[in-house]
Design a protein around this ligand. Structure first.
Ligand code: CMX
Length: 439
């Protein structure tokens, strides 16, 4: 067994004891109350999940094991001549809870490179789709095809003890993450580059190899991929993709099934598909106004028009955040350094100048600030990856790191089947009537 797995086991045993004693001493402590409006509005703000890998603060943004994005960009190991963090390092941090050494990161890179072979039948499944099929549809189908290799499903069928679940989930996690870039790049090259596929280069780190297989072999795009795959990796446990992966995994569906379920949620326009929608929205605006750089005034009018048509302004708003998303800021900093004159990027910055006050003036949008998706497409487009339908697949590859590290923790801590209670509106009315008659 690899030393990262040994290390995880050590940490998991320690944490399991800790949680057990916490529950023994404080199991009855109330940490939240639930109101009727929370139940009817997507359970916003109800603390009901434990996710070890990251924690989101409404104003401060995401912290991975206590580290903010600027801190990660400084402290995580980098590639030779690179200045952005390697996502392998973030995976180590989320899984083990400690910053990795350069050697740890190289070990994870090498493990993923070794496990990256994708069986041909997975490509056949992709090939069976019409080329017009959305890349996220092809991606989730390919994940289900990969599931036939699940070590967890096989071991469970053969009969394993609950205390060993984590070990097989860990194995599936490492193999699945290793294979995702090849699967994603295959979908991209098939759909947009006439099936002219590029073989992996096992000497490259996870992100650079992904960039290489997509067909973008320049240093700038590699650096963008390292940053992109790091900042999209995790956003605590309640977002749709993380929560779905956790929920489905709680039925002891294997990591392939659980992750595929999470990806079908990421494919929704209010979640990961927003990165595609942002670029479409900008392009439609430019086309309508017949310019590649609309003025601030024109942008303001276009935002108002979007709102008046009963549509959302994609890339703005968040269910938890109440400030500019630090993932937006990290991308803005990257763009200022590498491509400040790009007209689409300048348009993203101009939208940022005018959108918040207009959204705030509606009086109903709780967070008028940009989220991660407001910026990512413009950067990808700058480097030539202009096929916006593919953007959510990139998000999905990144999201595997957090949700699968969390799944390892779920099984290591022996988390049970998730099964919240639901009620009917008739029940709610009865409850209110009865509680009022008592008062
Ligand atoms: N444009 C227009 N209206 C918006 C809006 C936006 N960007 N953000 C919120 N609203 C509206 C909501 O639709 C809701 O309207 P109704 O009361 O008529 O139903 C109202 O404002 C209140 O919503 P909220 O409490 O501020 O936001 P929610 O927690 O319900 O939703 C989110 C959060 C992200 C779905 C929403 O802000 C949105 O739709 N944004 C645009 C899509 C987007 O960028 N999604 C990506 C999020 C990040 C990610 O997961 O990748």
């Amino acid at each position: 067994m690899g030393y990262i797995k040994d290390l995880f086991k050590e940490k998991a045993v320690e944490q399991s004891k800790d949680v057990k004693s916490l529950l023994e001493q404080h199991g009855d402590k109330k940490i939240d109350e639930v109101t009727l409006s929370q139940i009817y509005s997507g359970m916003r703000g109800i603390t009901g999940l434990v996710t070890e890998t990251s924690l989101l603060d409404a104003n401060d943004g995401i912290r991975f094991r206590g580290y903010s994005i600027p801190q990660l960009r400084e402290k995580l190991p980098k590639a030779d001549n690179g200045s952005e963090p390697l996502p392998e390092g973030l995976f180590h941090l989320m899984l083990i809870g400690e910053l990795p050494s350069q050697q740890d990161v190289e070990h994870i890179s090498a493990t993923w490179a070794r496990r990256s072979h994708v069986p041909n039948y997975v490509f056949n499944v992709i090939e069976s789709f019409p080329a017009t099929a959305h890349p996220m549809t092809q991606f989730t189908a390919a994940l289900l095809a990969l599931q036939t290799e699940s070590k967890f499903a096989k071991a469970y069928k053969e009969g394993i003890s609950k205390k060993d679940h984590w070990a097989y989930v860990y194995e599936d996690t490492m193999t699945l993450i290793a294979r995702l870039p090849r699967v994603a790049a295959y979908i991209y090259r098939r759909k947009y580059k006439n099936g002219d596929h590029i073989q992996p280069d096992g000497m490259l780190d996870w992100s650079a190899n992904f960039a290489h297989m997509l067909g973008y072999d320049n240093d700038g795009f590699r650096e963008l991929m390292r940053l992109y795959l790091t900042i999209h990796a995790d956003h605590e446990g309640g977002n749709v993709s993380a929560h779905t992966t956790h929920l489905v995994g709680s039925a002891l569906s294997d990591p392939y099934l659980a992750f595929a379920a999470g990806m079908t949620g990421l494919a929704g326009p209010l979640h990961g598909l927003a990165n595609q929608e942002v670029i479409r929205w900008i392009e439609n605006m430019c086309e309508e106004l017949n310019t590649n750089m609309p003025s601030e005034e024109q942008i303001g009018e276009y935002i108002k028009k979007t709102l008046s048509e009963g549509k959302v302004v994609p890339g703005y708003g968040h269910a938890v955040l109440r400030q500019t998303d630090p993932r937006f800021v990290a991308q803005m900093e990257f763009a200022k350094r590498h491509c400040p004159d790009d007209p689409t990027i300048q348009t993203v910055w101009n939208i940022y100048k005018v959108a918040p006050s207009i959204l705030e003036a509606t009086g109903k949008i709780k967070n008028p600030w940009p989220n991660v998706d407001a910026h990512s497409g413009a950067l990808l487009k700058h480097y030539g990856l202009v096929e916006e339908e593919f953007y959510t697949v990139l998000f999905g590859v990144a999201r595997s790191l957090g949700v699968l590290a969390s799944l390892c923790w779920d099984r290591a801590l022996g988390m049970p089947l998730e099964r919240p209670k639901s009620v009917t509106t008739a029940w709610v009315k009865r409850f209110i009537k009865e509680s009022e008659s008592v008062a």
